[in-house]
Design a protein around this ligand. Structure first.
Ligand code: HXC
Length: 260
């Protein structure tokens, strides 16, 4: 993996862990961080030996938002470009072939909450604080918050959170479905790694195609999504991993996904 100023990447077996590493500003996202993330994701997608990516933040924050100091001097055009840059990076995460887990260790505000929402699964530590406080700065969310929050939690919750700029704790985030699990900070990363490893132990092609089918369904009608599901199901049936999965069950053994 290339050398990045604001990112730290570590491969632990079948799981990759990406840390946003700008703790002096609570990992705020400026253009430089986003460009690095984009390059990282392009390179990362080539590594077929990793089955799950975990994204987290260094220090007490996940990501405290887009960089307010950088945005302060932006023109209209620069603001639009900045928003589009964030969208392109977050959509790369959403469309990565393998699952991405947001390990929300601390503050995930504004662009940080939006980054977490672009991931497939969100788990939070008890220290996490989440929200879309942009309107308090006189701006709207710009990295997907108005779209993904409504899709994940429903429009009423999205409107309440975005209009008030409320910062919520981890338990409230779980109540509204923004995260699916809340854990003590001291065991947090260990538990996230167990989740990642459990996913990594499943049939890799089936996991990838399930992600694609769920994503496809959100962008289309039920009928189109269902048709896509049947296509990917058929694809699985023609893949050696399905034969291996069935055989392993029948022979009462663990599947070996590397078997051809
Ligand atoms: C730039 C930030 C920052 C941010 C924190 N810092 N958040 N710098 N952009 N988003 C910096 C602070 O200025 C400070 O630097 C250092 O990080 C530590 O932060 P403190 O405020 O001293 O920490 P604390 O008192 O613990 O408060 C934590 C906090 C607060 C509650 C998270 O930092 C905060 O409210 N941050 C802003 C959160 C926010 O509004 N996010 C949304 C941004 S808009 P110094 O130099 O003072 O030590 C957004 C738009 C996305 O995300 C879409 C764009 C297109």
């Amino acid at each position: 993996m290339g050398d990045f100023k604001n990112l730290v990447y570590e491969k632990k077996g079948l799981v990759g862990v990406l840390k946003i590493n700008r703790p002096e500003v609570l990992n705020a996202l400026n253009s430089e961080v986003l460009v690095e993330m984009s390059a990282f994701l392009d390179e990362f997608e080539q590594d077929k030996t990793v089955r799950v990516l975990v994204i987290t933040g260094e220090g007490k924050a996940f990501v405290a938002g887009a960089d307010i100091k950088a945005m302060h001097s932006m023109t209209q055009l620069e603001g639009r470009e900045f928003s589009m840059l964030g969208h392109s990076v977050f959509s790369k995460i959403e469309n990565l072939s393998i699952p991405v887990i947001a390990a929300v260790n601390g503050f995930a505000l504004g662009g940080g909450c939006e980054l977490a929402m672009a991931c497939d699964i969100r788990w939070a530590s008890e220290k996490a604080k989440m929200g879309q406080p942009e309107v308090g700065l006189g701006i709207t969310p710009g990295f997907g918050g108005t779209q993904r929050l409504a899709r994940i939690c429903g429009p009423a919750i999205a409107k309440e959170l975005i209009f008030t700029g409320a910062v919520i704790d981890a338990n409230r985030a779980r109540e509204i479905g923004l995260v699916t699990n809340v854990l003590p900070l001291d065991t947090f990363m260990d538990e996230v790694m167990k989740l990642a490893e459990q996913i990594a132990s499943q049939g890799p092609v089936a996991v990838t195609l399930s992600k694609a089918a769920i994503n496809k369904g959100f962008d289309s009608t039920f009928a189109t999504g269902a048709m896509y599901e049947s296509e990917v199901f058929g694809l699985c049936m023609s893949h050696p991993q399905a034969k291996e999965g069935f055989s392993a069950f029948i022979e009462k053994r663990k599947a070996d996904w590397n078997k051809e």
